[in-house]
Design a binder for this molecule. Structure first.
Ligand code: HEC
Ligand code: HEC
Length: 370
């Protein structure tokens, strides 16, 4: 029932995206003539945060809370010894570590004024102020710019809210928790996003800076790819190899884990609902689900291009009415043997000879410029 609803809304969502893309063309942006459209720092961190938060929500809600309530599997701090799920915070921290280690410029992490793990304490006066401010006003992120060495950074902290009883119960009862009085709805900490602005003094003019959309799109993709890799490696493959739990297409009814593709789709739906101007989706030239084929010429060419040249995404800019869209297709790699085995054996899969590290398809990211 719930799966039907899920499928139905996915179909609608795909139809909508396909329609939007059909009425558009995506000429690749041609070099340096004119001023290049950009994104304000606040739009940039709003997009980045939306993706971090959606993945965090899918993991803690659709996976941890659901499977724990069903009595199937729990999340525990010592997940490795216990053969359990990672805690939601551990999932985010692991994925952030993977993304941060790429050295791409943007960094993000969880922080709190009442951390169970002291490593998650605020790292500066600004972070302390930021955490205090978002506790007072959780509707808005708190943002600032700061100079470290001779470089400027734009930093934004977004509230991390106790969305379920399980957040509260676990933290209040944890022996290392400095705070024992959390309630559902409370701000428990924050997600900090740190964007490099560069060396020039003029960057200090808050709000004047414009980020090239391809950079923000790369940051967004880094988060999606990291969460996807951590989910596949540490949840799907690890627990399957230990015969504990599988991922299956009818995960809701089967009381199993969502497929990696469904993890991304669920997150994409959550972000879609917020109507922020950011969209992402998984596509392929060899889709198991025909809905995931390329929706237009741009996506088709993009998939062919990143399969041949996976070093960089295929990008384009277009206008629909008054809105300017940036769009990119990134290669989606077979990061684990699990990706390969499942696709090669899946009934109806049009391709049966995927190998580890092959480009299996693409992740599209589309950003409205503002
Ligand atoms: C089963 C226990 C458990 C549950 C459920 C849980 N947490 Fe945590 N949380 C922890 C532990 C343990 C850490 C420390 C992880 C680490 O860094 O080693 C942590 C870390 C955090 C942090 C970083 C600061 C700190 O305390 O170290 C935040 C913020 C946080 N959790 C918020 C939440 C929210 C919001 C939820 C619900 C969506 C949640 N937690 C669910 C146990 C839990
Ligand atoms: C347990 C089986 C399973 C595993 C593991 C799995 N997939 Fe899939 N994958 C599927 C199924 C089934 C779909 C179609 C989902 C849908 O209905 O939209 C899919 C969808 C996709 C798509 C969209 C195109 C299509 O085939 O519909 C891509 C790209 C993809 N997977 C890549 C990967 C990668 C990369 C990994 C590893 C990180 C992976 N898959 C792991 C079963 C799996």
């Amino acid at each position: 029932m719930a799966t039907d609803k899920f499928r139905c809304s996915i179909l609608l969502l795909n139809a909508l995206i396909a329609f939007l893309l059909l009425i558009t063309s995506f000429p690749v942006f041609a070099g340096s003539s004119g001023t290049r459209p950009g994104l304000s720092p606040r739009t940039a961190t709003d997009y980045i945060h939306a993706v971090i938060q959606a993945d965090r929500r899918v993991y803690s809600h659709d996976i941890v809370a659901r499977l724990s309530k069903l009595g199937v599997i729990k999340a525990t701090e010592n997940w490795e010894q216990d053969n359990t799920l990672l805690l939601p915070a551990q999932f985010l921290l692991k994925s952030a570590e993977l993304s941060n280690e790429r050295g791409i410029g943007m960094r993000y992490y969880l922080t709190s004024l009442w951390p169970i793990n002291k490593k998650n304490s605020p790292k500066s006066e600004n972070e302390i102020t930021g955490l205090q401010e978002i506790s007072r006003n959780p509707k808005e992120p708190f943002t600032w710019i700061v100079k470290e060495g001779n470089r400027w950074f734009y930093q934004a902290i977004y509230p991390d809210i106790a969305t379920s009883e399980s957040c509260v119960t676990c933290h209040n009862n944890h022996p290392k928790s400095p705070k024992k009085s959390f309630r559902v709805g409370d701000v428990m900490g924050g997600i900090l996003i740190n964007l490099p602005l560069g060396k020039q003094e003029k960057h200090a003019e808050l709000g004047k800076h414009q980020f090239p959309p391809e950079i923000i799109s790369d940051y967004v993709h880094s988060i999606l790819a990291s969460d996807r890799e951590i989910y596949s490696k540490y949840i799907v493959d690890r627990l399957k190899n230990q015969n504990i739990i599988q991922a299956s297409e009818n995960w809701w009814a089967d009381k199993t884990l969502p497929l990696p593709a469904q993890f991304l789709l669920n997150a994409s739906q959550l972000v879609e609902k917020r109507k922020l101007g950011i969209h992402f989706r998984l596509i392929s030239l060899w889709p198991i689900n025909p809905q995931n084929g390329p929706a237009n010429e741009f996506e088709h060419t993009g998939l062919e291009t990143v399969e041949t040249h996976p070093i960089r995404p295929y990008i384009g800019i277009s206008k629909i009415g008054k809105k300017t869209y940036f769009k990119a297709v990134y290669p989606d790699f077979a990061v684990t043997q699990g990706c390969v085995n499942c696709h090669n054996a899946y009934p109806g899969s049009p391709k049966k000879d995927f190998k580890l590290n092959d480009v299996m398809g693409g992740i599209t990211v589309s950003l409205v410029m503002k």
